[in-house]
Design a protein around this ligand. Structure first.
Ligand SMILES: *Cc1c(COP(=O)(O)O)cnc(C)c1O
Length: 455
């Protein structure tokens, strides 16, 4: 498969460019030149595959000029052997709603599904290329832990993770900072997630710097993350065995829900995708009213969604503008000036596939309480936002993506129901192990100097 950039689709790229570079040199995001679309017959052939087989089939559509199907298959099996569920993900219910539990990986959030695979894909790449790679990534809480777990101890790879100081849950932080490996570096930035993400972007766009350290990224715009995430949309559709399916997706950077949209473009009969946000509701305002203007980031109970600049939204903008990269470039200029209002005709196109809702803090706590009382389950605050959005839209027949294990957010659940879930036994040790991280100012040069001093 060949790829193009959302900002200039006259130039083609390989899977290797897409995977290792992450972002195109013109600042755009990579997108397939032509997408494989499954017809009904092909879909029914995928129906009875187990999770690993399905992953291999789907990912292979995108990566066959980089890795053979056999090698991919063994890499997928290795990646998902670290999960506590044999079938990687699990379907359960919350009353009438279905939950798709995506948090059975090593760091208890859906980010593991893509990241375990990516860690092994780097290893595969480095086994064929005599290179050293430095991964730099910003996290709103869960990406960092998942990336560290996937990369720790691997040779010729270092990982630097920037998290917003004091703005993630202590369990989230400890899952990153207690990992004692020579190739893992944690940095706490005095700022919010968008600040962390900006620093990483600036480091990437300083080509002299980023080339000199062979910098690579695993942030949510990484295309490989997106394709690995499409697999569970297909998997849950086959499990549910209905004609069409809708999903409610707790959303921050628009990565996970974009994977749903991509699945639909690949032929999966998805009816609606609900974009569920917390009080950082730019995507809800954008999808309901066209107002894509960011405001101050608020700290909420669901910190992994405390984001105002949803990087992956650019991919949707590209698609709804008929893959017109000039138009996308123009719109992204307006986004940069924080003045983009989505045109009425484009909004109509968006509404064919998407709905949106937002839940405030009080509502999130009430949803956790109600589900505990009525269904005897403890929802993590992100999943609670997904459940709340589906309820507000009266979408009772839909699948909510359960994106994190409730034990990762004990303060939120204690607040709602005076209870918290315990960490799985194999992770108990992170609670009292020594933490290691460097606090740095919200300043790109400071971070660059720190990275240089460590490699
Ligand atoms: C990252 C994250 C989200 C948001 O996912 P995006 O792909 O950024 O939209 C939601 N819930 C949890 C628990 C997360 O870690």
């Amino acid at each position: 498969m060949r790829y193009v950039s959302t900002r200039d689709n006259s130039k083609e790229y390989s899977f290797e460019d897409v995977f290792i570079k992450g972002l195109a040199d013109d600042g755009g995001l990579y997108i397939p030149k032509l997408l494989k679309k499954y017809n009904t017959e092909e879909l029914s052939e995928l129906k009875n595959l187990n999770y690993n087989e399905l992953s291999t089939e789907i990912i292979n559509q995108f990566s066959s000029d980089f890795i053979s199907k056999d090698e991919l298959s063994s890499l997928v099996s290795k990646s998902y052997s670290t999960f506590r569920e044999k079938e990687v993900v699990k379907m359960s219910s919350a009353g009438e709603l279905k939950l798709l539990e995506l948090f059975h990986g090593p760091t208890l959030a859906f980010k593991d599904v893509a990241m375990q695979f990516i860690g092994n894909l780097y290893e595969y790449y480095l086994s064929k290329n005599n290179n050293k790679i430095n991964i730099v990534v910003a996290t709103s809480g869960d990406t960092g832990a998942a990336a560290i777990n996937a990369i720790k101890g691997k040779s010729n790879l270092n990982i630097f993770v920037l998290h917003p100081n004091n703005r993630i849950s202590s369990v989230q932080r400890k899952l990153m900072t207690t990992v004692d490996e020579k190739n893992v570096f944690n940095i706490a930035i005095e700022g919010n997630f968008d600040d962390c993400q900006n620093i990483v972007k600036q480091m990437f766009s300083d080509l002299e710097f980023s080339k000199s350290i062979n910098m690579s990224g695993v942030n949510s715009i990484n295309w490989v993350r997106i394709i690995a995430q499409t697999v569970y949309y297909f998997y849950s559709y086959f499990k549910l065995d209905k004609e069409t399916i809708s999903f409610s997706v707790p959303t921050g950077n628009f990565g996970d829900v974009f994977a749903g949209y991509l699945s639909k473009k690949m032929g999966l009969p998805i009816d609606k995708l609900i974009v569920a946000t917390n009080e950082n509701d730019i995507l809800h305002r954008a999808i309901s009213k066209g107002d894509y203007v960011s405001r101050e980031v608020k700290e909420t109970l669901s910190p992994s969604m405390d984001i105002q600049l949803a990087s992956n939204f650019e991919r949707l903008i590209y698609y709804i503008n008929n893959s017109d990269s000039e138009k996308t470039t123009e719109i992204m200029k307006k986004v940069k000036q924080n003045s983009y209002q989505i045109e009425k005709n484009n909004l109509d196109i968006i509404h064919k596939d998407f709905l949106s809702e937002s839940c405030n803090e009080q509502e999130t706590l009430e949803i956790i309480k109600k589900n505990y009382e009525e269904n005897n389950i403890i929802l993590d605050p992100h999943t609670a936002v997904g459940v709340g959005a589906a309820k507000k839209l009266s979408f009772n027949d839909c699948v909510v993506l359960a994106t994190a294990h409730p034990c990762k957010f004990p303060d939120a659940t204690n607040n709602a129901i005076n209870k918290h879930e315990k960490l799985p036994d194999e992770l108990q040790h992170v609670l009292d192990k020594k933490e290691n991280f460097q606090v740095l100012k919200n300043n790109t040069d400071d971070v660059k100097n720190f990275v240089k001093s460590k490699i």
